[in-house]
Design a protein around this ligand. Structure first.
Ligand code: SIN
Length: 480
């Protein structure tokens, strides 16, 4: 399938608008070609979208949960029917290998499906009274207009993990996708229209992130911000939300440790490390960013990991056989190079890879394994967001826990051990919201996703994922 380059529009109150605004180019990082444009919207468009969502809120929230689920089920079905189109767009706008893009469309649709059903299970409570003639109840209300601000690395799934529960709960939504990968969001918006959502229930604005976010944060009709992105931006949103005490859910940066103890199944650990580290060219918040391997299996692990990594094919994600695509842009590539140069200058040894790919116009980095790293190196201190697996030798479970927790982040961690007692005791010590035990791919729609410490506030997915969009209203009923 070839996807035609197009000038896409944004959608406010059921109208496709933005033709008169300037445009922003969307560039394929695999070859530098422009694959589409979106309107360069700003404060005005953000305010119009919020007004539309606000107007639509009363009637949408008054529908039954079963009726709202009907719209979401239709959207799920349309996403699956349009899987290939969505996947192709995703790959050309941000570089993800096509097989991963297809997987992401399924993953994204699974949030819509899950929350369509979960919306039917928003239960209130009746609480035993302390006085005759009183009844005590807790009712549940949708929080109101929601702004969903999403990153470029999962252009479909990060939107649906937010809009699915928001819509199911009775909220209306303004979506603001990343400027690096907004085209998938436009296609999703088209599918929302096809699914028949009433005007204003879902809106999409594209353009300047700072202007749109600024307007959203200043607008008191927006009651909830749900954001996935960097910890740095998350902290700005926390500050900006203070004046209106806006409700916030934040899924922020990670710096995931992957621990391999000496009783691990080394082949399984290598498989898990490759799945976690090289998915999306290492550009996921939960990807293993630092690997700690106990001395007894250190050499075997490095040898096997290097072999597995050398088998990965790098290239343009539209090629069906490619496993690792480009970085998102030159800044992303420069960061990876900086981390590697720092590590090597401080004594780390490259096992495989270790260089940018310089032929062609894309921004690629060789899938890399680098060993003999230590905590003085930037690669073990900051999120690299690239296809680099740094491996540090450790001696004990205590050292693993100490090094793993020695970070302000707490999103995901991975532990490989065949010993249940060791695994349990180690994981009990880890301050991370998600742990993969002998598993490099823990994500699923029915489980909570989110971080501790500076990795965020709240959880998406699972039954907790809908709590973020509802508020309790305690009603004390006098009956005398
Ligand atoms: C992310 O880490 O950026 C999202 C990945 C996921 O949902 O698995």
């Amino acid at each position: 399938m070839t996807v035609k380059t197009d000038n896409y529009l944004m959608c406010i109150n059921g109208e496709w608008v933005g033709d008169e605004l300037g445009t922003l180019n969307v560039t394929n990082p695999a070859n530098g070609e422009i694959v589409g444009t979106v309107p360069n919207g700003g404060e005005k468009e953000a305010d119009l979208a919020v007004a539309a969502a606000h107007d639509a809120f009363a009637s949408w929230s008054e529908l039954t949960a079963h009726d709202r689920a009907g719209y979401l089920q239709k959207l799920n079905q349309l996403m699956l029917e349009h899987q290939e189109e969505l996947a192709q767009i995703m790959t050309i706008e941000m570089g993800k290998p096509i097989k991963e893009s297809r997987g992401e469309v399924n993953y994204a649709a699974s949030f819509i499906e899950w929350f369509a059903e979960e919306g039917k299970r928003i239960y209130g409570e009746t609480i035993p009274t302390h006085k005759d003639g009183k009844r005590l109840q807790v009712w549940k209300k949708p929080v109101g207009v929601v702004a969903a601000i999403t990153p470029w690395n999962f252009p479909a799934a990060m939107l649906t993990r937010k809009m699915g529960p928001a819509l199911a709960a009775g909220c209306t939504v303004v979506m603001k996708p990343s400027g690096e990968s907004p085209l998938t969001a436009v296609k999703l918006m088209e599918l929302c229209e096809k699914a028949g959502f009433p005007k204003g229930v879902v809106n999409l604005v594209t353009g300047s992130s700072s202007k749109i976010a600024g307007a959203i944060m200043a607008n008191d009709k927006v009651r909830k911000i749900t954001f996935t992105g960097s910890t740095e931006v998350g902290k700005v949103l926390i500050r900006q939300s203070a004046d209106q005490v806006k409700n916030l859910s934040l899924e922020l940066g990670g710096h995931a440790p992957l621990v391999v103890l000496d009783d691990a199944d080394v082949d399984l650990a290598v498989k898990g490390a490759v799945a976690s580290k090289f998915r999306n060219a290492g550009q996921t918040c939960i990807c293993a960013n630092r690997i700690y391997v106990q001395e007894g299996v250190y050499d075997a692990f490095n040898d096997k990991l290097a072999k597995a990594v050398e088998a990965l094919k790098v290239g343009d994600g539209t090629d069906e056989t490619v496993d690792v695509g480009p970085l998102i842009n030159q800044d992303g590539l420069d960061k990876v190079s900086r981390h590697m140069q720092d590590a090597v200058s401080k004594g780390a040894n490259v096992v495989t890879g270790g260089e940018p790919v310089t032929d062609g116009k894309g921004v690629f980095y060789q899938p890399t394994v680098v060993k003999d790293v230590d905590e003085s190196m930037v690669v073990m201190q900051e999120e690299t967001f690239g296809p680099v697996a740094p491996v540090q030798k450790i001696t004990s479970d205590e050292e693993a826990a100490k090094l793993a927790n020695d970070t302000p982040y707490g999103l995901a961690a991975y532990v490989f051990t065949e010993n249940v007692a060791r695994g349990t005791k180690l994981i009990e010590k880890l301050d991370f919201g998600i742990v993969g035990w002998n598993d490099g791919a823990p994500s699923a729609p029915q489980v909570p996703f989110g971080g501790m410490k500076e990795s965020g506030i709240g959880r998406e997915g699972g039954h907790e994922g809908i709590d973020a969009f509802i508020e309790s209203q305690y009603v004390s009923i006098g009956m005398e």
